[in-house]
Ligand binder design. Structure first.
Ligand code: 8YV
Length: 330
């Protein structure tokens, strides 16, 4: 039997491609061309595995057009780009890359929150425009991070890593809201207290979003939620676009109903809502929360490990749908 064929949907480290070539016939995308869903589907024909990023949509149509597909390795911890039930129903194994990006992404979330609170990007733009002529007592005054209330929506691995930074490093009071509460011992170790969502929003000095995107979390922060926050509060989103109603957020920032925001993810990215581009009190970054060299290497290697295991008949370390193992091969 020949070696399995796989498709690597986006450019990735050459070392990762070389490793994959030791196991598979690899079609890669070294030029990092933008493939339409139809082109992705056509290139997937005959392939048993797909090395994907969060930018590729893996849905029933793609799966039905490619009944030979056996595994999808997502190089991301989030997997809302994958229709997991559709994969499971067809016996397609799906994996993600948790843990290796936790601390890096928490660092970035904290940086974005601090940038929003201390008006870093806004004041830098002012300086670059050549408008800085003198010191003044209230020039770009923001709000303190140390000692403030850090409010975390979503309390998975990254949320917990942010809580630790806030409580231990910055003496913050940490509150969180999540569907499932942490065990009392974990809450104590993190110095974090569970509150309902309304309390979280009302008490937040700095609200950080770290929950997965799903139909249930779509527009979890919209006009009503923003209206219930303090006018001095900041909002940071390092999770997924669509969790925040970007138009409503831009309006709240414009009208100073909240003080500032830090956004790494957007509805419909890489497009950014024009109203967000037009308001000064927001720091905008192009989805780089996990972007350190070491972490991106670790993510690529872990996705490769998962794909090699899945197509080699072993249970991948980060299998999201173990139920798919029970499905007879199609
Ligand atoms: C990825 C991410 O860089 O892991 C995730 O869920 O959002 C980022 O770390 C991005 O999704 C590309 O796959």
């Amino acid at each position: 039997m020949g070696r399995a064929a796989i498709l690597v949907a986006r450019a990735v480290f050459p070392q990762t491609i070389e490793r994959l070539r030791r196991h598979f016939e690899v079609e890669d995308n070294a030029a990092d061309q933008a493939w339409s869903p139809a082109e992705l589907s056509a290139r997937l024909h005959g392939k048993a595995g797909l090395f994907a990023t969060a930018g590729e949509r893996i849905d029933a149509a793609l799966l039905d057009a490619n009944p030979q597909l056996r595994a999808v390795a997502n190089m991301a911890v989030g997997y809302n780009n994958v229709d997991l039930p559709a994969c499971t129903a067809r016996g397609v194994l799906v994996t993600n890359t948790p843990d290796v990006l936790t601390e890096t992404t928490a660092d970035f979330g904290f940086a974005l929150m601090m940038a929003a609170a201390r008006r870093l990007a806004e004041s830098e733009r002012f300086l670059r425009r050549g408008e800085w002529s003198r010191w003044s007592y209230d020039m770009y005054t923001g709000s303190d991070v140390h000692g403030a209330t850090l409010a975390i929506l979503g309390m998975g691995r990254i949320g917990q890593a942010i809580a630790r930074r806030g409580a231990l490093g910055f003496g913050m009071r940490v509150i969180y809201h999540n569907r499932s509460r942490l065990a009392p011992g974990q809450e104590e170790a993190l110095g974090a207290r569970w509150v309902d969502k309304a309390t979280l929003l009302a008490e937040a000095d700095h609200l950080v979003l770290v929950l997965p995107y799903s139909a249930a979390s779509h527009h979890a922060i919209g006009a009503a939620e923003l209206a219930s926050m303090k006018p001095t509060a900041t909002l940071t989103n390092i999770a997924r676009g669509g969790i925040v109603d970007d138009a409503a957020l831009a309006a709240a920032l414009r009208e100073r109903r909240i003080a500032a925001a830090g956004l790494d993810v957007f509805e419909g990215e890489p497009q950014v809502h024009p109203d967000l581009l037009a308001v000064p009190n927001v720091v905008l970054t192009p989805h780089i929360g996990s972007a350190t060299v070491a972490t991106r290497r670790a993510m690529a290697e872990l996705a490769a490990t998962n794909l090699i295991a899945a197509l080699g008949g072993a249970t991948p370390p980060n299998l999201l749908n173990p139920e798919a193992l029970g499905h007879a091969a199609r």
